[in-house]
Design a protein around this ligand. Sequence first.
Ligand SMILES: *[C@@H]1O[C@H](CO)[C@@H](O)[C@H](O)[C@H]1NC(C)=O
Ligand SMILES: *[C@@H]1O[C@H](CO)[C@@H](O)[C@H](O)[C@H]1NC(C)=O
Length: 400
Amino acid sequence: MLGSMLTATSLLGMAHVASAAGSTLFVSSYNSKVTTLNVGADACKAGSPVPKLQTVAESSGCGESPSWLTLDHTKGLLYCVDEQLQSSGGALASFKTNADGSLKSLAKVNTSSGPVSIAVYGKGGNGLALAHYGGSAFSTWDATDPSHLVNIQTETYKFTKPPADPPRQTAPRPHEAYLDPTKKFIVVPDLGTDELRLYAVGADSLTTTKLDSVAAPAGSGPRHVDFVKRAGSTFMYLVTELSSQIVGYKVTYPADGKIAFKQLWVMSAHGWDKPTPKQAYASEIVVSPDQRFAIVSSRNENSFTVPNFDPSNSTQIVSDPLINFRIDDEGGLTAVQEVAAGGKYPRQFSLNKAGTLVAVGLQNDNRVALIKRDPQSGKLGGFVGYTELGGQITSVIFNE
Ligand SMILES: *[C@@H]1O[C@H](CO)[C@@H](O)[C@H](O)[C@H]1NC(C)=O
Ligand SMILES: *[C@@H]1O[C@H](CO)[C@@H](O)[C@H](O)[C@H]1NC(C)=O
């Protein structure tokens, strides 16, 4: 019995090695670097010691405070925004991704200040939409020639009514630009105004048209969204940073050029049965490629301890959680599991396309952690890779 179980396990292990070997991660960090990490075959072996992910290339072409990466894999293009935390400016950079993992700088342009997110949109995927947290702005760029990025529109937001939480909501704070599944609309969660700002994407041009915003719960601090398509319906989940909640919406398309959101429910970032600790800041939500699970990260909870990744260090690592939810056909979420994210402040994380790995960017530990995932059960498993870089991690994405 034990023998046959071991055989099954090692066969699964080998299949996993084959699918992950040779893949790479791109990592942005506030130490002015975009780093390429090798997800080697070793990264499939859970257990101790956890394999260290090797750096295969580094680029300083994004600028002083790289805050977000978006990959257009089919074109081999990587886009990075520089939040410029020191100089209070902002920039957008484009790179060609080389087969050896290195990046070739193509262009860098100044933008409105404090960009934190990029969505590829529009005809041919030639548009880039940016959310500017620092500069309270939304901007769009023509990247038809990725070596020559051209500003299309920049809109700066002002308060139209007093914020619900003045100490935390000192200005409009667009936190993300995200394309809906039809690729015809861009959603911009605004942490400062408790709104989902909306734009319609032009059918034949890269211009975007502003639509009426959707109000999110007062004082919630909208941060990031993801969509799911289930049983013929579309739903969207909003993660709020100030209230650390998840808001579920049903999404419909009542007419050409129109998108509608109906709020269904609001729950804690830990699910229906568990309140979020007061000091928590929920950060990211990602729906699995098979649309069956959603994973949420939360910061400043310190709810787990895990063995140090450095086997010579006996001090345990204090970790924030990832919360794993099952999605039902009505778009409902049921919490099924909480695991250690691998350290402090999982600001952002990504799943690979096969759904077998989760790469977590742990901002306050300067660490990237790789977690194994079973795509059948949706369950998150042990750590299968890690590394520490010389600055706060802001995003990590798979090169696929
Ligand atoms: C971009 O902004 C920096 C200051 O933040 C400035 O030194 C530089 O000249 C600007 N570049 C362009 C092309 O305007
Ligand atoms: C050991 O690990 C702890 C927790 O991550 C860390 O704070 C400490 O600096 C490490 N010590 C050494 C010598 O690396």
